[in-house]
Design a protein around this ligand. Structure first.
Ligand code: SF4
Ligand code: SF4
Length: 175
């Protein structure tokens, strides 16, 4: 059954908008006098940053992480590429040679790219990853002079992500 949402009835003051405009002006004037006394409501970005005030659950730039021995966690399953709503992730998988010491795992990413112009910081890639290889770190000041610069390749993603020690499924011999 269709749900009908009634439009709220506006009072005369709300219809005129004037009280709301005056309320906004009063707020600005109050902040102005506060700032004369040295109390500012604004932040001088980029000299001042939010870094130490970010909540623990803050979602910043997606990055790739390695384990404490520098091994890649990513098995190139491409689940994150599939789930990414704006299609910001592009992975090129490659087979790990049988002679390689880590040959137990069949695949690794030959290239892994995240287009930070497309990324909406939703965190779905982190949630879907079965190997805990991709994490949204707290970096939010992602800038660049060109579109190409805003495409983070595998090296850049590992540089931003760094090391995250933990149990990793793919190196577990019991699995
Ligand atoms: S955070 Fe969201 S938009 Fe950004 S790469 Fe991950 S899944 Fe895609
Ligand atoms: S980062 Fe995770 S989800 Fe994405 S391809 Fe690698 S293992 Fe799969």
């Amino acid at each position: 059954m269709a749900l009908v949402v009634q439009r709220p009835k506006l009072s005369l003051a709300e219809k005129l908008y004037l009280p709301a405009v005056l309320g906004g002006l009063m707020l600005t004037i109050r902040h102005f006098f506060k700032s004369l006394g040295g109390k500012t409501e604004t932040m001088q970005y980029p000299e001042q940053k939010w870094d130490d005030k970010l909540p623990e659950w803050y979602r910043g730039a997606p990055t790739l992480v390695a384990d404490e021995w520098g091994r890649e966690r990513c098995v190139s399953c491409q689940l994150c590429e599939f789930i990414c709503p704006p299609r910001a992730i592009t992975i090129t998988p490659e087979e790990i040679p049988r002679t390689d010491v880590w040959a137990k795992v069949e695949k690794r990413p030959k290239e892994f790219e995240i287009d930070m112009i497309r990324c909406i910081y939703c965190g779905l890639c982190e949630e879907v990853c079965p190997e805990q290889a991709i994490f949204l770190r707290k970096d939010y000041a992602i800038t660049g002079y060109s579109r190409a610069e805003m495409k983070h390749n595998k090296a850049k993603l590992y540089e931003l992500g760094g090391v995250m020690p933990d149990v990793i499924n793919k190196w577990n011999d019991q699995k």
